[in-house]
Design a binder for this molecule. Structure first.
Ligand code: SF4
Length: 346
């Protein structure tokens, strides 16, 4: 059997029946079908764009514990929001959440896809998710899980974004858009997984072209990855692993976050020259080399060489109070590892 327009009602019914039996109970699924809490849906969708559900749950509970309502989020200083976002990466999303919360408090909570789309940082996926899950609007979500399920169902190896959205719109149940969207998300996350789809348990298997091919995991074909650019930088740890001089970063490398004073090593520049520039800027004498940490960001591999120094600014900031990137946490861990080895040698 292959999927034709006349099959769509049966596919929907099979999917929704499966969701009724096997849908996941998740902390942001509060409220009736199509009437979820929009704030929780919004925060969860932004969080889950960059993390697995298991980790996302932890971050979600932490973020909602700090800011239980959109009013609390809007009223919080941005530093507190970045601190609560720590570990989730992509800090621009936290900044946009904060800005959008301010708009919502001033102008009211949008209730439509277009209203959500107009908020800072809200893309088509998040707008469709909130509009359908919280307000029952007939909008199909289209993310990586949906793309995979639909590509397999239709046997499409190279699905474009437009193709996925059109197939998702066609399959969406206009009477139950919220349940339908959550069902496709859950099917992609728990059954039609990237490497080992569990086809015998799948409710849409009778119509699935990829399953029939015998090699379902080869659909869709892997996307070509953009080249990863290497970024080299030097940093100075002035203080210790608990209290140190921290600066607010500017530019594209973790801009807006607090971190160790850092200089990027320019193309063709020697590390010593960047370190001299950094030390002169801070009025510091370099005293030691703690080692190198690496950190992978979107399309970038950061190699940060961390040094210690003497002199410079008198102030020390509490590391535990600052919103730091994982890169800086790794750099501070070098200091703690060094202390540990010194004790071991003593
Ligand atoms: S039958 Fe297999 S490949 Fe097809 S949608 Fe279900 S789990 Fe995915």
């Amino acid at each position: 059997m292959s999927l034709s327009p006349t099959d769509l009602p049966a596919v929907r019914a099979a999917l929704l029946a499966w969701f009724g039996r096997s849908g996941r109970a998740l902390p942001w699924r509060v409220g009736p079908e199509g009437g979820r809490d929009p704030y929780r849906v919004w925060v969860s969708e932004v969080l889950l764009q960059q993390t697995q559900v298991a980790r996302g749950r932890v971050y979600f509970e932490r973020f909602l514990g700090a800011f239980p309502t959109v009013e609390a989020l809007a009223a919080a200083p941005i530093e507190a929001v970045l601190k609560a976002w720590e570990g989730c990466g992509y800090y621009a999303r936290a900044r946009n959440l904060h800005r959008a919360a301010g708009v919502i408090v001033r102008e009211g909570m949008p209730t439509t896809h277009d209203g959500w789309r107009a908020l800072p940082g809200v893309g088509p996926y998040t707008a469709a998710a909130v509009a359908s899950l919280a307000f029952g609007e007939a909008r199909a979500v289209s993310d990586g899980n949906v793309r995979r399920v639909l590509a397999r169902l239709h046997g499409e190896r190279q699905p474009t974004d437009g193709w996925v959205q059109a197939r998702a719109d066609a399959l969406l149940d206009p009477a139950r858009p919220a349940a339908f969207n959550e069902a496709v998300m859950d099917l992609g996350a728990t059954v039609c997984t990237p490497r080992n789809p569990r086809c015998p348990e799948c409710p849409v298997r009778p119509w699935c072209a990829a399953s029939r091919s015998g090699e379902p995991s080869t659909f869709p074909a892997p996307k070509l990855r953009a080249a990863v650019r290497e970024v080299r930088a030097v940093a100075l740890l002035l203080g210790n692993g608990h209290e140190a001089v921290l600066e607010r970063r500017e530019g594209t490398l973790l801009g807006g976050l607090m971190g160790l004073p850092t200089e990027i090593i320019a193309e063709g520049e020697r590390e010593e020259d960047a370190l001299t520039r950094l030390a002169e800027r801070l009025g510091v004498t370099v005293t030691g080399d703690l080692g190198t940490v690496t950190h992978i960001m979107t399309h970038r591999l950061v190699l940060l060489n961390v040094f210690t120094g003497r002199g410079g600014p008198a102030r020390r900031d509490k590391v535990a109070d600052a919103a730091l990137s994982r890169l800086d946490h790794k750099a501070l861990a070098l200091w703690r590892a060094r202390q540990g080895s010194l004790f071991a040698e003593a």
